[in-house]
Design a protein around this ligand. Structure first.
Ligand SMILES: [Fe+2]
Length: 523
């Protein structure tokens, strides 16, 4: 056997197909038949950004998710997609072909149009003889159409190392119309060798990040691939369309604008942020309008759901000015009250103000990332108030401007994440001392922070010092919002453990807001 023959024998099937295509001058697009070393839909499927006439459907081909390029040949691959009115695909209503490009990690984003409002559809992908699992997504009711009731979920903060995604399996079973994801879909850190809980004690270690801290595109892609192999996360995506937004950990802890927490040169951090944004787009069911470019990503957007809910999805990271007082949990410094500070930036703030004035729906939800209530974080005998500089609590002027916008509406609910703890409370003007103008529900985390407890250490002091709080809870889970014209109900759905499998779900608290009244009643 000659050397030449020997090296030919080492060629795998994938290489041979590529070589054969090159030899005969075949089109660069591979119409794959048994092209892959493994099942190509191992990252699941997803739908997003539902509208009255359709939604985005997403997948990414990755037969070997953690390998270089997900185990894909670096060529475009044609993927077929189908949408039907039934889960068995008897009645097809839309279908076509999309190109999974190597430039976009072989992800596919199809904006399905021409569907009917306010009903479920089922979708799937295929490539060659391989077929994806089936996902379900509801179209929204027509904007302005009379809608009696809407039920949707709110989730985020899903550190893979901190626990199992049991809560996502329960979320899927709750069958929400859609999911709002407030960010921290991935965490950028390397594996934590000694995980410690909020109580300072060592925490049970559940599973490990592959790879080091994330910096380049391949790093971020592999982290998404690892997270997306989780079956419970895949089930939650398959159950409903998601409105996704990012917070900090999709890029780096507490970044804002072009500033990272290490104060690296902004032009250097901008490269990392661009890689993170590209990977985020590649792995999320986002519309083309969110396609990342030199200016960043357009993530703030709006969904008008019948005559019931205007869902204002905000971006509190890209246009924010630097955290005051050097970030962290701090006592008052001058920067708290800086009138030039921005959380949303001028353009987004004006966009929100204009929509709120139009009063299109019974309710307005500000679906966003970091806590708006100016929480005093003291748990001991510290002499002066302490706030989280990375939340709206570090930005008095922007927070008061938003509260002025919503004053008098009596129909505004703020939906938030980031805290890894459940909170229900009232938003008052004047740093929490003035008039009640809106209600805020802070969702806990899917896993971040580990098992938690029914009450966190120091909770009594937090409650005593922040009378605008109605309720707190430190378990993992998600929110289930059930909205009618007269009443907004939020159920805090929780699991008692994320470090052991199969925890049942329960409703740890139920909050009621009556329309026209910015107060919250707990039961
Ligand atoms: Fe988080």
């Amino acid at each position: 056997m000659t050397d030449t023959t020997g090296s030919r024998l080492l060629l795998n099937r994938r290489t041979m197909i590529g070589a054969a295509a090159a030899l005969v001058g075949a089109p660069a697009i591979l119409r794959a038949q048994q092209l892959f070393a493994g099942y190509p839909f191992r990252l699941g499927i997803a739908a997003g950004d539902p509208a009255a006439d359709g939604f985005v459907i997403w997948t990414r081909l990755a037969p070997d998710p953690l390998a270089e390029h997900g185990g894909m040949p670096m060529q475009p691959v044609e993927v077929e997609w189908q949408v039907a009115t039934d889960p068995r695909f008897v009645t097809l209503v839309a279908g076509g072909k999309a190109l999974a490009r190597p430039e976009l990690a072989h992800s596919v984003h199809v904006e399905v149009e021409g569907l009917l409002p306010d009903r479920p559809y089922w979708y799937r992908f295929s490539v060659g003889s391989e077929r994806s699992t089936v996902g379900c997504a509801r179209t929204l009711p027509l904007a302005g159409a009379s809608l009696d009731r809407l039920r949707f979920a709110v989730a985020g903060c899903q550190n893979y190392e901190d626990g199992l995604y049991t809560a996502y399996r329960h979320l899927a079973a709750d069958d929400p119309a859609f999911v709002f994801h407030y960010g921290d879909y991935i965490y950028e850190s390397r594996s934590a060798p000694m995980p410690v809980g909020y109580d300072g004690k060592p925490r049970r270690f559940v599973r490990e990040h592959v790879g080091q801290k994330l910096f380049d595109l391949a790093d971020y892609r592999r982290r998404y691939a690892q997270y997306k192999t989780d079956p419970d996360l895949q089930a939650a995506h398959a159950a409903a369309a998601w409105f996704v937004t990012f917070d900090d950990h999709e890029v780096e802890n507490n970044w804002v604008g072009e500033i990272d927490q290490e104060n690296d040169p902004p032009e250097v951090f901008a490269l990392r942020r661009a890689a993170a944004f590209q990977a985020y787009y590649e792995h999320m069911p986002l519309r083309r309008s969110a396609f990342p470019g030199p200016a960043g990503m357009q993530i703030y957007r709006r969904a008008t759901i019948g005559n019931l809910l205007d869902l204002h999805l905000l971006d509190t990271r890209q246009f924010r000015t630097n955290q005051p007082c050097d970030d962290g949990f701090k006592t008052r410094c001058k920067g708290w009250a800086d009138p030039a500070a921005q959380v949303m930036g001028r353009a987004q703030e004006a966009w929100l103000a204009t929509a709120l004035k139009q009063k299109k729906c019974h309710w307005n939800a500000l679906a966003q990332q970091v806590m708006m209530m100016p929480l005093d974080r003291r748990t001991g005998d510290e002499p002066a108030p302490i706030r989280n500089m990375d939340s709206w609590g570090g930005y008095d002027a922007p927070r008061e401007r938003v509260l002025k916008m919503v004053e008098g509406l009596g129909n505004v609910v703020v939906l938030t994440g980031d805290e890894h703890q459940n909170y229900a409370g009232v938003l008052r003007t004047e740093g929490g001392q003035g008039d009640a103008v809106a209600v805020e529900f802070v969702g806990t985390s899917i896993t971040s922070g580990g098992d938690g407890a029914d009450r966190r250490v120091g909770e009594e002091r937090i409650r005593a010092r922040n009378p605008f709080l109605a309720w707190t809870n430190d378990r993992r889970g998600y929110l289930l919002c059930d909205v009618t014209a007269d009443q907004w109900k939020t159920e805090f759905r929780t699991v008692d453990t994320v470090t052991r499998p199969d925890a049942p779900v329960k409703t740890a608290g139920t909050a009621i807001v009556e329309h026209g009244n910015a107060t919250v009643t707990m039961s």
